[in-house]
Design a protein around this ligand. Structure first.
Ligand code: PLP
Length: 358
């Protein structure tokens, strides 16, 4: 079967098998990774390995810190303004979908939010024109969400600005190459392209850490404190970090980000073509902003939706229901989804259309 869940999402089978083989006794240590002291040399080596592989995969420059943070990306929505507002009086946000909107809601508890551009009135089917943005050049930073997991909108290029750009890459990290040096900070919940839930990958430019006020921030919330303590102020989510390391190792074996990007491009292209060529299915997103990771689609005859979900489950195509806030269908096709999964989905969709909407 193939799992199209948006997150926690499918993991590469090879990773799960390796984790299974090491589950009870990691590298002869006589204990599971779950049972190790996070201060042990064994676990420290796992954490260092995960960090080193991520630095290699994304070509992260040396003026950035890699942090493993807990609380989910949603906690970061609050942690980011708490750490980086400092003596600024505002922060700029792009509003391109449900996750942007949640980030904005949390930030408003800490500062004045300038919504620099929004596509809410277009039902989040596109991205604001960069030359139309209302940027406050004295703001603390510009926050954006390059892949909206629910709406299925993705953009690759960044607005021109001197503000540090902070990006929620939860559902697109490691799926395409990026130039880390263009960002002040990148963060991503692990449970899509990195591993199981429980850890957030953060990549922070070191100069921004000077803004963190350790006298006022909760100790575990301070990015500066996390950096100083190698993400181990307290017990980190050890097993999630271990699995992230295995996923990074797997991705290196696939040829790295550039190689997987080509596969991701081909998968998305094939699925969108099948949608566009059909009479039953459609996707509303402006062509050049269609997400390669999350492909939402609706059925022209809504009354067929529950049958579609029932039959697709029976065919081994799991979790195709759209987010509860928008309905319809959504196929999440992250790095771990092989081309065969996409082909199986397309074949099912065509067959379903022929039988019920001919
Ligand atoms: N940001 C994006 C883009 C997401 O897709 C998600 C979860 O799906 C989140 C944030 C929230 O992540 P978490 O559930 O880890 O808080």
């Amino acid at each position: 079967s193939f799992n199209f869940c948006s997150g926690p999402a499918a993991l590469p089978e090879a990773v799960l098998k390796k984790a299974q083989s090491e589950l009870l006794d990691w590298h002869g240590a006589g204990v599971s990774v779950m049972e190790m002291s996070h201060r042990s040399s064994e676990f420290t080596s796992i954490l260092e390995s995960a960090k080193t592989r991520l630095i290699r995969l994304l070509d992260i420059p040396s003026n950035y810190e890699v942090l493993f943070v807990q609380g989910g990306a949603s906690t970061l929505f609050a942690q980011i303004p708490a750490n980086f507002i400092a003596d600024h009086t505002s922060a700029c946000y792009l509003d391109t979908g449900a996750w942007s909107a949640k980030a904005i809601k949390e930030a408003k508890k800490y500062t004045n939010v300038v919504v620099s551009g929004s596509t809410k009135d277009k039902n989040y089917t596109t991205v604001p024109a960069w030359d139309s943005l209302n940027l406050d050049e004295n703001a603390a930073y510009l926050h954006l969400t390059p892949n909206e997991t629910i709406g299925g909108v993705e953009f690759d290029d960044l607005p021109e600005t001197d503000l540090p750009i902070i990006a929620d890459l939860s559902s697109t990290i490691l799926s395409r190459s990026i130039d880390v040096s263009k960002y002040g900070m990148i963060y991503a919940g692990a449970q899509k392209n990195v591993g199981p839930a429980g850890v957030v990958i953060c990549i922070v430019r070191k100069d921004l850490l000077e803004r963190c006020d350790n006298d006022r921030l909760p100790s575990t919330w301070s990015f500066a404190n996390l950096a100083k303590n190698n993400s181990m102020i307290n017990t980190p989510p050890t097993f999630a970090i271990y699995l992230a390391d295995l996923v990074f190792e797997w991705l290196e074996g696939q040829g790295g980000v550039e190689a997987i990007e080509k596969v991701n491009e081909a998968k998305a292209e094939r699925l969108y073509r099948a949608i566009d060529e059909s009479k039953l299915y459609s996707n509303p997103i402006e062509l050049k902003y269609r997400s390669r990771m999350n492909v939402p689609f609706v059925l022209a005859d809504e009354s067929l939706e529950s049958l579609f979900l029932q039959e697709s489950e029976e065919a081994g195509l799991k979790t195709l229901a759209g987010h509860r806030s928008v309905g319809g269908m959504r196929a999440s096709i992250y790095n771990a989804m092989p081309m065969e999964g996409v082909d199986a989905l397309i074949k099912f969709m065509q067959d379903f259309e022929m039988r019920h909407y001919g």
